[in-house]
Design a protein. Structure first.
Length: 467
């Protein structure tokens, strides 16, 4: 049966209450008074009717009103003094509540060529659902409590095997730490270093700007160090007087450069002499076309390198799964930071990811995606060659984006804005990266998410934007 409603007004004050069956009268009166005070209809200092009068007008017992007044006085909404009646407290909220802040909607383009986006259309939903259902079915009730700060043992074991097999990482399962994002892993590492006295850290120039943001968030000074065709210039790193460096040696972002063996050796020698930490961001190395991915830098110096990885490019950012393998002498400090924040991915998702790896579903998915991305990369390169022959392409050997170098004198920002107005989302080298050293204008073009027809259409629009 529908609930009976009875609307009742109060003389002398802006208060109207609609009593409903099934809810206590006292609770409904208290709620109505709170709303009236918060909205400003009952302003600070306003005198409320005596309890006896209000009870008569609302046709409720006086005890309901007395108890409601007492509760609201306890909460700070009302004040009651002998001889002055019951009033709205001076400290109670007045005026209308502030408008709810609406977060800016994430902009979506008809043609998404922004880098960093995987092909979410190909997310292995069936395999992931099976892994998640298995976790729900098999996880004991007792493990629904707070999980271990380093991550569940199943995922740490699975990742240790996978990283050793696929990336050449030297790792013990006890030294794998599960995080929610690569940026969180970096913030944790920076916090550990700052506690140990670090003040300055090096970032790649050009480089992923969020690496700089994570360092600055932790209170460290980020010092840009130039990257050339062989990787980060170690001689300039040595002159920068820094305590650590974060880098993408196996596939530099954004240029796609692979750090040479000579530079790797020089980097490790510098870190060993300096006592510095190297943070290796292994962001999309699984996708290298025509040859095997470069092995991790961490495998050469596990005592100097913290290895950071994530599922954001292999599966999807929505999973919020990442990991860090710090040097053994930092693992306890890393855990101490995580003990304070308590931020870890959900246990069920971690267990599901563990079985996803153990059942080889991740490796099957990656084999399929390499073929898919290889075809899309080839199509974009072909279309750029047809429509924009004056544009030089680099960084197309691996990853999910390439760098399109524009003719000298081109206004990089205005070109990008024209492309966006036509519905093509992309990034500019000098706006979306940490860039200090002189560099020609360039655009970062991702090819993972768009369909083949969208890549063709987007390239045509980009050509018009460059005219």
């Amino acid at each position: 049966m529908p609930r009976r409603r009875d609307r009742r007004s109060v003389r002398g004050v802006d208060l109207e209450i609609e009593f409903t069956d099934g809810v206590s009268l006292r609770r409904q009166l208290e709620d109505a008074l709170r709303v009236a005070i918060r909205s400003g209809r009952l302003s600070p200092g306003s005198v409320l009717p005596p309890s006896r009068d209000l009870a008569e007008q609302l046709r409720v017992s006086r005890g309901v009103v007395v108890d409601s007044y007492a509760q609201l006085a306890t909460e700070g909404y009302l004040s009651a003094r002998r001889g002055s009646g019951t009033r709205v407290a001076a400290t109670a909220a007045s005026g209308r509540p502030p408008a709810r802040r609406q977060p800016p909607a994430a902009h979506r383009y008809r043609y998404e060529l922004r880098p960093g986006l995987a092909d979410y259309h190909a997310f292995p939903r069936a395999a992931w659902k099976a892994a998640l259902m298995r976790a729900l079915r098999e996880l004991p009730d007792g493990r629904l409590t707070y999980g271990e700060h380093r991550g569940v043992p199943e995922l740490r074991n699975a990742l240790a095997g996978y990283l050793a097999r696929q990336r050449g990482v030297v790792v013990d399962p006890d030294h794998v730490v599960i995080c929610c994002a690569a940026s969180q892993a970096m913030v944790v590492l920076w916090s550990v270093l700052r506690r140990r006295g670090a003040r300055r850290v090096a970032v790649e120039d050009p480089g992923w700007r969020w690496q700089r943001y994570t360092a600055e968030q932790a209170g460290l000074e980020a010092v840009p160090v130039r990257v050339d065709a062989d990787g980060m210039v170690v001689t300039e790193l040595a002159a920068a007087d820094v305590d650590a460096v974060v880098m993408t040696p196996a596939h530099h972002y954004p240029t796609g450069v692979v750090m040479t063996a000579e530079r790797r050796a020089a980097l490790i020698a510098w870190a060993r002499e300096r006592g510095a930490l190297i943070i290796e961001d292994d962001y999309d190395v699984e996708y290298r076309f025509g040859q095997d991915p470069m092995a991790s830098l961490q495998g050469l110096a596990p005592d100097l390198v913290a290895f950071v990885g994530t599922t954001s490019k292999t599966l999807a950012p929505a999973l919020r799964l990442a990991w860090v393998v710090p040097p053994s002498h930092l693992i306890d400090d890393v855990e101490d930071v995580l003990l304070v924040t308590g931020v870890t991915p959900p246990t069920l998702d971690q267990v599901a990811m563990a079985s996803f790896i153990e059942e080889a579903a991740l490796e099957r998915h990656l084999r399929s995606m390499r073929r898919r991305y290889h075809a899309k990369r080839d199509l974009l390169v072909d279309q750029l060659g047809q429509h924009l022959p004056e544009v030089r392409i680099s960084g197309a050997e691996a990853g999910l984006h390439l760098l399109a170098w524009l003719p000298d004198g081109t206004d990089e920002h205005e070109t990008a804005m024209r492309a966006r107005r036509s519905g093509v989302g992309l990034h500019e080298l000098h706006r979306h990266c940490t860039t200090h050293a002189p560099s020609p204008p360039a655009l970062l073009l991702g090819f993972a998410l768009p369909t083949e027809s969208e890549l063709i259409a987007a390239t045509g629009l980009l050509a018009k934007a460059l005219c």
